[in-house]
Ligand binder design. Structure first.
Ligand code: AOF
Ligand code: ZN
Length: 344
């Protein structure tokens, strides 16, 4: 056993990078489809470092990313060639809705597992340790121990941030989206619902698609009768109703608007208390929520420090200027970057 050349000594770091990039990129596109589960990607490489397949966890109850990737490799007849698994999240070590991925990897030809981020869920974590157990131990590499790959580790943390927020802090990751015109006003010209460019609208709709809940205020509903649907990009097919929380202190929400929104795939939840919304949404399994509201509600959100990242779209005479503030590794930033890499 001693002196054996290990795979990561023979596989170029650039191949590990390419594999992780592919796993992260595909998993980003599942944001908004997997809650209460995380978005996870898994790339399987052969002994030369070529990507054989990339699996993602499509939605709750369906196979995890690792199981998906192994099944795809089996279906395409390349399972025997699989040597390295690159997973954005520590493989689960529990029997939940699906069997443990640690065992699936142990029972596969995989020899080496690279892990992008530890699992914050105590019920499922422990896969990294299990993979190292004899007999049949795999070589495990944590991205956190590889300073040369800190950028990938950061993106894996951003990918996990919405889920980690719900599990660790018992509140979803909360993104604010705000558009301002040249004069700093949020109000579109009469007869218009928006004033930003098509590229900004696409980003806003990608964000809607990625989130499990929208938070708005009664003022916005009464003034605009917004639709909140995903229109500029295709939405996830067959997704369960998106939660739509309306802060409404005096019960002014029109019944016909509630009926319309329910019809178009929302579950409308009126609440008199903004501060209770994060706990309410976490209890409903939302990993990621976005706030689309007017100045009054946004001022309360800012005052209460309720946001995790804040996207401001500034309309200018030329292309819109995008400003993104974030408390931590931002899934919204990852979503933006992924849109660019998908286009190129
Ligand atoms: C996922 N997808 O690809 C991985 C997950 O109840 P289950 O079986 O759906 O398990 C969900 C937990 O499994 C989840 O909370 C997370 O801790 C772990 N890993 N989950 O949904 C995946 N790898
Ligand atoms: Zn799993």
């Amino acid at each position: 056993m001693a002196n054996q050349t290990t795979l990561s000594d023979t596989i170029a770091p650039s191949a590990i990078r390419d594999g992780f990039r592919a796993a992260i990129s595909q998993a980003v596109e599942t944001f908004g489809a997997t809650a209460p589960n995380p978005s996870v990607g898994c790339a399987l490489l052969d002994a030369e470092g070529h990507i054989l397949t990339v699996g993602v966890h499509p939605r709750v109850g369906q196979p995890h990313a690792e199981a998906m990737a192994l099944a795809q490799a089996h279906a395409t007849g390349v399972l025997d060639q699989v040597r390295v698994a690159l997973v954005t999240l520590e493989p689960c070590n529990h029997t939940g809705r699906t069997p443990p991925c640690s065992e699936a990897l142990r029972n596969s030809p995989v020899r080496e597992v690279w892990i992008g981020a530890a699992d914050p869920n105590p019920q499922a974590s422990g896969g990294a340790g299990r993979l190292c157990e004899e007999p049949g131990a795999k070589r495990v590499v944590m991205l956190a121990d590889r300073p040369d790959m800190a950028d990938l580790a950061q993106d894996c943390r951003a990918l996990l941030a919405p889920f980690a927020s719900r599990v660790v802090r018992h509140r979803p990751w909360i993104s604010v989206k705000q558009a301002l015109d040249e004069h700093g006003s949020m109000v579109p010209p009469p007869g218009q619902k928006t004033f930003t460019s098509p590229a900004s609208l696409t980003l806003a709709h990608r964000l809607r698609r990625a989130t499990d809940a929208i938070i708005t205020g009664i003022g916005t509903v009464l003034a605009d009768r917004p639709r909140f649907t995903v229109r500029h990009v295709p939405d996830h097919e067959g997704r369960k109703p998106r939660l739509l929380v309306v802060c409404d202190r005096h019960g002014r929400l029109p019944a016909d608007w509630i009926a319309e929104m329910t019809e178009t795939g929302f579950e409308v939840i009126p609440t008199p208390d903004l501060l209770s919304v994060p706990t309410l949404l976490a209890g409903r399994g939302a990993n990621w929520a976005m706030i689309e509201a007017g100045p009054a509600l946004l001022a309360s959100v800012a005052e209460a420090g309720l946001w995790d990242d804040w996207l401001t779209i500034h309309k200018t005479a030329g292309a819109d200027r995008i400003d993104l503030k974030s408390r931590d590794e931002s899934p919204l930033q990852l979503l933006r970057e992924n849109a660019c890499s998908l286009e190129s």
